[in-house]
Design a binder for this molecule. Structure first.
Ligand code: ARG
Length: 390
């Protein structure tokens, strides 16, 4: 009897070729398609998996889970890898891998497979989750070991095996998309000196083509979670989509960076994440209004750690969970409204308010109604320098 393998399937050339390739090695494949908001016709993707030889194909809508149980935790953590990347792709991997492992257990499968290369981060995110969720299962990464050196060789193999081959021209870029953002690499972007051409972008207009008038929005947060835009309530996925739309129209959310991959190499990656940019900017500002100084200065150290853990595929680990408890505590009072101005690629906070504000105008003012006792400052100043005086 053939052994059973559960494959994370995208419908692309690689994962389609993996199905007959695994068959040659004595496995029957169950394809799992994760709808994380990449778009496309999932009925067609399922059909393609079956035509390529899969015995079964699951399609799971994981958008809500991705946003509520992963992306919003990362948002509350203020997690931006190397200070810039909102981790959209990195967050989607444990979601897909977890469901894949669950299906493998339900289907009594023998193995789990993914279509990642040996050079990227995604292999680590998949495999770490597999090993933590279903350690008894074999893990197969065909792309790391198979004989095909080029796309042409894969195409020939696909044709030979009856795998449907797309007639559309392949994009010169490697693109990964979900509701929380989009990543673009390869092609001419591999030279870090080359400016990203306009044709890499899909969610954002060029700031040059953005409206000449700013767009103002008011974002309401409750305990660190976004709830309303301009007074109107939204569901979690809906608010992200709406912010992608508003931000994208104003050219907000483009990131061009050289990042450090887990496997040791540097890579040039471009991102588009209008919603993530608006949300991080707004929440960060609300935090500065409601959190005390020590928390505000301490939290970013843990934000950096948390971002690294997501990037490194360590979602389902004890420290990550402990950090969530910390960030939840931090966000007990981040309830309030942030007013933002979106204009030609910029996202600027122009106002903030909260019932939990620690800002005391009576103490801060240089105008009327000042209650700050300036006489106390003399003693404060005298003592402050004491530890450093010889
Ligand atoms: N560098 C990002 C990460 O490791 C994105 C990976 C996928 N990027 C791509 N363009 N296919 O999370």
């Amino acid at each position: 009897m053939a052994k059973k393998v559960v494959l994370a399937y995208s419908g692309g050339l690689d994962t389609s070729c993996i199905i007959p390739w695994l068959k040659d090695k004595g496995y029957e494949t169950i394809a799992v398609i994760g709808d994380v908001g990449q778009g496309g016709d999932f009925e067609k993707v399922k059909e393609k998996a079956l035509k390529s030889g899969a015995t079964k194909a699951y399609c799971l809508n994981l958008q809500k889970e991705l946003i509520e149980d992963y992306a919003f935790l990362a948002l509350k953590a203020g997690a931006l890898y190397e200070g810039k990347y909102n981790l959209a792709c990195a967050l989607s991997r444990p979601v897909i891998a977890k469901h894949q492992a669950e299906i493998a257990i339900k289907e009594k499968a023998d193995a789990l497979a993914h279509g990642c290369t040996g050079k990227g981060n995604d292999q680590v995110r998949f495999e770490t989750t597999f090993r933590l969720m279903a350690p008894q299962l074999e893990i197969i990464a065909p792309v790391r070991i198979w004989e095909f050196k080029t796309r042409e060789e894969e195409m020939d193999y696909a044709k030979k095996k009856g795998v449907p081959v797309a007639v559309t021209k392949k994009s010169p870029y490697s693109i990964d998309t979900n509701v929380y953002g989009r990543a673009i690499e390869c092609g001419i972007l591999e030279n870090p000196w080359n400016e990203p051409p306009e044709d890499i972008y899909a969610l954002t207009v060029s700031p040059l083509k953005a409206p000449n008038k700013p767009t103002y929005i008011e974002l309401d947060f409750v305990k660190g979670l976004p709830k309303k835009i301009n007074g109107k309530s939204y569901g979690s996925v809906e608010i992200v989509k709406a912010l992608n739309e508003i931000g994208g129209k104003n050219g907000v959310g483009r990131v061009d960076m050289i990042e450090n991959r887990l496997v040791g190499i540097k890579s040039r990656e471009n991102y588009e994440n209008p919603a993530g940019t608006i949300l991080h900017t707004a929440l960060n500002d609300l935090e500065s209004l409601v959190l005390d100084r020590e928390t505000l200065h301490y939290k970013p150290q843990l934000s950096q750690k948390y971002a690294e853990m997501i990037y490194y595929g360590l979602w389902f680990t004890p420290l990550k969970e402990q950090l969530d408890a910390y960030f939840n505590k931090v966000h007990e009072n981040t309830t309030g409204t942030v007013r933002l101005k979106l204009y030609k690629g910029n996202c600027t906070v122009v106002g903030r308010k909260s019932p939990y504000s620690r800002y005391k105008e009576k103490l801060a003012t240089y105008g009327k109604g000042d209650v700050f006792d300036q006489k106390l400052a003399a003693g404060f100043n005298a003592l402050w320098a004491t530890p450093f005086m010889k």
